[in-house]
Design a protein around this ligand. Structure first.
Ligand SMILES: [Cu+2]
Length: 72
């Protein structure tokens, strides 16, 4: 399992948290996904043989959120 923390642009409402978590939970290879509303961070642990940090980044961007930085 690998872990990645992504810093997003400030989230404006709690619905965003739910939306992002739902998509990540449905993504193959994702073990756990948590979105922190106050710090606008996304923490994901995933199986690197099934999905990459880049894929996860893309999923979030496709939802309309900018990923400012990524720490693996
Ligand atoms: Cu929202």
């Amino acid at each position: 399992m690998k872990k990645v923390v992504m810093q997003l642009e400030p989230l404006t409402c709690p619905t965003c948290v739910k939306k992002i978590e739902t998509v990540l939970h449905k993504t193959e290879g994702v073990d756990t996904a948590t979105v922190l509303f106050n710090s606008s961070k996304v923490k994901v642990s995933y199986n690197e043989e099934e999905v990459s940090a880049k894929d996860l980044n893309r999923k979030i961007m496709n939802l309309g959120y900018a990923v400012l930085s990524m720490k693996e």
